[in-house]
Design a protein around this ligand. Structure first.
Ligand code: PLP
Length: 445
């Protein structure tokens, strides 16, 4: 396998990249020092890098590729569409197909709109909430990631001094965030009914929406508590505030999305990733009455949405093929494998000299290196403090032939079976042993 100090084609590619892109990078989340692996191809559950090394891939492009690589039906849908046209300034029937498939699956999806990314989907849902309620503010959980939109990227990485005061003030994530943006966001503590109620009570007259991710990756990849979700639903409904479920990551948790498993209906759902079959996508869906806010048939709608590549037929046909292949049985099989995987990795961790745990739900998981159980934003934050160690562990996993994202996040894909879980457990165990050897202090992380 590639090691950092060998001259590899990946390292040469990174040298080329640095000349034309800042840090050689166009996506901060895949930045890696001294250089990332440059990938060449993928097949099933495996990818191959430009140096010819093969890896079992649990990254699946940050969970988007639910069918892994080179899926026959997705490929054939794409090849067919390539011959018919890549994009048009008119709608195509492909968008109706995908919308019908998704509306048939999720009980409260009566109508939807497509976007190009999950970030855009969250942005459109927030714009809709503001237009409907005629209120400016949004509430989001501290530490939750909802994409790149200015308002939701605030308080993405709050430090203890920020959250321990119990203040609802949003903190800038990127330099240059205007004070006016911060003023329109209030921050609530994930899974804490009392703390959240205190904040929402104060701002209820000016809140357009509460955005909640049922399985927030940065707050520990721990599921939202049913009581917390019920409280949010009841409070928002009582005060005319919209509840937006951000399922960009977690839509794969069940055949009917994430929040449906709680028996709770949000006003809008923003989702994406897996529903594009591996191509760029996002979507906002809800009851027809709520979605009317986007309807241009009676003149300028309250929220006009555009986008040159919105609902482009390539994403639509790939998405439809991927969703048709993702049957309810297949979702359940992956979820059972996910439970096995978390159990196996926790067993391997417990038997190692490294303290940590593996969280997640369904077919998603996240590795934490920490001496405490990760169960909320605060415990996840302490684990993030061990980022260097986690990053080293992920590099060692890569050297053993398995890829997880740098933040320890992983996702199953449908080509995977028990065999891949066993392989991962073995590779992960070896990587842990090497980490303990190289970093004796890690044992008391
Ligand atoms: C919960 C959540 N919301 C929004 C986004 C943004 O989606 P995208 O990267 O497609 O813009 C992500 C991406 O990982 C996400 O996990």
């Amino acid at each position: 396998m590639t090691s950092d100090d060998q001259i590899s084609i990946s390292s040469l590619a990174h040298e080329r990249a640095k000349k034309v892109m800042p840090g050689g990078n166009t996506r901060s989340s895949v930045y890696e020092a001294p250089f990332p692996l440059y990938l060449k191809s993928g097949k099933g559950a495996f990818v191959t890098d430009v140096d010819g090394n093969s890896y079992l891939d649990f990254q699946n492009n940050f969970t988007a590729l639910i069918h892994g690589y080179d899926h026959a039906e997705v490929n054939s849908a794409l090849i067919g569409q390539v011959g018919r046209g890549l994009s048009f300034a008119n709608p195509t029937e492909s968008e109706i197909d995908l919308a019908e498939i998704l509306c048939d699956r999720v009980p409260f999806f009566e109508q939807m709109r497509f976007t190009n990314t999950g970030s855009e989907a969250v942005m459109m849902a927030i714009k809709a909430a503001r237009a409907i309620t005629k209120r400016p503010k949004i509430a989001k959980c501290e530490g939750a990631y909802h994409g790149n939109y200015d308002y939701v990227e605030t308080s993405f990485d709050p430090i203890p001094a920020d959250w321990q005061t119990g203040s609802a003030e949003a903190k800038a994530y990127n330099d240059g965030t205007p004070a006016s943006v911060l003023a329109e966001v209030v921050v609530i503590p994930f899974n804490d009914v009392v703390g959240t109620e205190r904040v929402l009570e104060r701002h209820k007259q000016t809140l357009a929406c509460v955005v909640i991710d049922p399985l927030p990756s940065r707050a520990g990849l721990v599921p939202v508590d049913p009581e917390y979700l019920s409280f949010l639903r009841e409070f928002t409904a009582r005060h005319g505030i919209l509840l937006i479920s951000d399922e960009v990551l977690s839509f794969r948790l069940s055949y009917r999305g994430a929040i449906s498993t709680y028996g709770i209906e949000p006003d809008l759902c923003a989702f994406g990733k897996i529903v594009g079959g591996g191509l760029p996508i996002g979507a906002v869906a809800g009851r027809a009455e709520t979605m009317q806010v986007f309807d241009p048939s009676r003149g300028k709608p309250p929220v006009a949405q555009a986008g040159t590549f919105t609902a482009n037929p390539l994403s639509m046909v790939a998405g439809a093929a991927a969703m048709r292949a993702l049957t309810e049985v297949e979702v359940e099989r992956l979820n059972a494998l996910g439970a096995r995987l978390r159990c196996e990795l926790n067993r391997v961790l417990a038997a190692s000299d490294i303290r940590g745990n593996v969280t997640g739900a369904g077919s998603l998981f996240c590795v934490f290196i920490s001496d405490r159980e990760v169960k909320d934003y605060a415990s996840a934050y302490h684990a993030w403090q061990q980022r260097q160690l986690l990053s080293r562990l992920m590099s060692l996993c890569r050297d053993e032939g398995v890829l997880l994202s740098r933040i320890g996040l992983g996702a199953l894909s449908t080509p995977m079976t028990e065999t891949e879980i066993t392989m991962l457990a073995v590779q992960f165990g070896r990587a842990l042993a090497r980490l303990a050897e190289k970093t004796p202090s890690a044992a008391v992380a």
